[in-house]
Each structure stands twice: as C-alpha cells, then as structure tokens.
Design a protein around this ligand. Structure first.
Ligand SMILES: [Zn+2]
Length: 373
C-alpha cells in the first residue's frame, strides 16, 4: 500500500510537471511571438491517460490501472479548480498525498476482509453496516493507520400518495369552499359583518373634508377595522388549512394565478381570489411540513364541464349543474370541485406544480375588504 501510494504520488507530480511545462511554453510563444502561433495548447486528462496506458514504468505496472487513472483525474480536477479561480496545483509531498482510489472496481468486501486488486487481502474492521450500493473505495493513510472509505449510492424512497385521501377544492365567488366530496366550508359570519362595518367606515371617511382633523380620525378608525378583518381572515385561513391538511393527503386547488391572467376583467372574482391566495399558501406550507401534497391545476372552464367530459355551459346565476349527457344533477360548485380533483396529475407532478409557485403575499388588502371574507 505504501508503494502504491508512492507510485500514485509520483505520477501526480510528473503529470503536473508536464502540464506546467506546456503552460510555460504557451507563455513564451505568446511573449516572443513565435510562429506558428495559434491557440495555446493544453494537455488534457485524455492525453495523459493515453500516454500512461501506452508506456508504464515497472512501478506503475504493479498498481491497479483505474487507481492510476484516478490519480490523473485528481490532477485534472485541481486544474479545473485553478481555471475557476482557485490556487495553482501544487506538487505533493509524502505527507500531503495520502490516499489512492479505486473508482469502480478492483476491490471487494468479503466477510471481514477487503480484497484489493494488486495488493491482496486485508483484515478490515467495519464501523457500521454497509448500506446501499458501493461505488468507490479510497484507501487512506493517516500517520500509521490505514482507512478504507466507501462511497455508496442509496435509493431515495418516494412515498406514494394514497388516492383515497385526495380531495379537489373549488374556491368560489360565493366566499365559501366546496369540496369534491360535496362538503362545504363557510367562513364565519363575523367576517361578513366586519366587512359591512368597514364599508360603512370607508363611506364615512369619503364624506370627511380633505386634510381635516376629523378625516384623520376617521382614517384611523377605518384602519383599525381593516386590521381586525385582516386578522380574522388570517385566523380563518389558518384554521381551515389546518383542517384540510389533517384530513387529506393530496389537496387539489385551481391555479388562481392562471385564472387571474385568463379573466382579470372579472373584478369581483379577482377580488375574492385575494383571500384564497392566503388560504392556498397556508395550506401549501402546512402540507409541506406534514409531508403532504398541494397541487394547483389548470382552472380553465372548471365550472363549464361535466366529469363525464360533456360541456355544460352555464352563467354565474345558474347554481345547479344539470348534465344532459350523463344526467348528473349536483351543485355547480360541487361539480367544479370534482372536475378540479380529476385534473390532478398524481403525486410527484403535483409537488413540482406546487414548487413552481413560491409563497406569495395576498393581493392589495384594500381590494379585499368590501367582499367580506
Ligand atoms: Zn355529464
């Protein structure tokens, strides 16, 4: 092992010297305008590996060929680091160069023994059970002890999302959530009441004279109501998102950002969406923490189709979905939630869709107030 280490170290230093010489040659050619002058020539890993395989010294013939190639790879890496702004590669003294690597093969673990190609069978003490597939083996000398370092590849387990606990959710203009199982979640009544109160305060504010003392007071009053609503709404979003994440593993919402781009002429809808952003964001972060999935799907026409695939156009005043094709009669929002759930594309794609949308602050607060929730 000492001899292998020494052979590798010499190969490293000789190959470094060769590259250094070529670098010096490039510099001289440039300085003295020696012709023919083209691009500077560099010696690559491949060049050196070819030279090595063509002519080996008697010492090098004693060493596993991949361990030698790995030595050249190390030199190549330190040159790449140099070109990326790190220090120039250094010649390696006996104390600095203290390891060699079998990058693929040439080693085998066998019942308390490590068999190394060209070296032999060694007794080994395993500090812990080997896990995964062994990829490389590095033999390292530390003063007077030798260590074997293994890198292993471990399969990452991806938990499948159970389809039984998947749910689609329609967030509607009617300020409530409709789930694909038909359940509805209504915001508390006081949110609506606070909304009305704020509207009253704002009307009052508009009546006060610009720049007057009373206007200042009224603005403060309106701002306090504003804050109350903000907190109430936040509280509702926290409670609701907690419920959803506790109950379901895979939660499917419409992608409201796409929705807004599609129909921003529909002011009422985009205003109520602001509150939904908060709810969806809370659900997303709670789901992440609990290892569950929130997926955002294409919202296009979710209230205009049936789960059977049939198109059932209806304007906002029509609250019942009545499919002439399959005969299903359910609430408009209920069918929308079923369609939203059906647009989900399994677990992993869902996670990606979720990551495409980093957390966002709700839209302008002023706009959300008059709607109530
Ligand atoms: Zn139908």
């Amino acid at each position: 092992m000492d001899r292998t280490l020494s052979t590798c170290r010499h190969l490293y230093n000789d190959s470094l010297a060769e590259r250094k010489k070529q670098g010096e040659l490039n510099r001289l050619k440039r300085e003295f305008q020696v012709f023919p002058w083209g691009k500077p020539e560099w010696i690559s890993y491949e060049d050196q590996a070819n030279d090595l395989s063509e002519s080996k010294t008697s010492f090098q013939k004693e060493v596993h060929s991949q361990a030698l190639q790995n030595t050249l790879k190390r030199l190549d890496r330190s040159f790449k680091n140099f070109f990326n702004g790190f220090g120039y590669p250094r010649f390696q003294g006996r104390s600095r160069y203290n390891s060699f690597t079998y990058p693929q093969s040439g080693f085998e673990l066998d019942e308390g023994k490590l068999v190394l190609s060209r070296i032999g069978s060694l007794k080994i003490i395993l500090h812990r059970e080997m896990e995964g597939r062994i990829k490389t083996c590095t033999i390292k000398k530390d003063v007077d002890q030798w260590y074997a370092i293994f890198t292993v590849e471990i399969e990452r387990r991806i938990e499948a999302v159970p389809a039984a606990t998947k749910i689609g959710i329609d967030v509607g203009l009617m300020s409530l959530l409709t789930l694909s199982n038909g359940e509805q979640i209504e915001p508390p009544k006081f949110l609506r009441a606070s909304g009305k109160r704020l509207a009253r305060e704002q009307i009052e504010l508009s009546r006060k004279k610009l720049g007057s003392k009373n206007r200042g007071k009224q603005r403060l009053k309106a701002a306090r109501v504003h804050r109350t609503i903000r907190n109430q709404r936040k509280d509702f979003a926290h409670k609701t998102s907690r419920q959803l994440v506790e109950k379901y593993d895979h939660i499917v919402f419409e992608d409201l950002q796409i929705q807004n781009m599609m129909q921003n002429h529909h002011l009422a809808k985009s205003i109520s969406d602001a509150g939904w952003y908060q709810l969806i964001n809370f659900t997303k972060s709670k789901a992440e923490y609990a290892g569950k999935v929130v997926e955002l799907v294409n919202p296009k026409g979710t209230s205009q189709v049936c789960i059977c695939g049939c198109s059932v156009p209806k304007d906002l005043s029509v609250r019942i979905h009545n499919c002439p094709n399959c005969g299903r009669i359910v609430g408009r929002d209920h069918m929308a939630a079923i369609v939203i759930e059906s647009r989900s594309t399994a677990g992993i794609a869902g996670i990606e869709a979720c990551q495409r949308h980093p957390n966002r602050e709700p839209m302008k607060q002023e706009a959300t107030l008059l709607v109530g929730w």
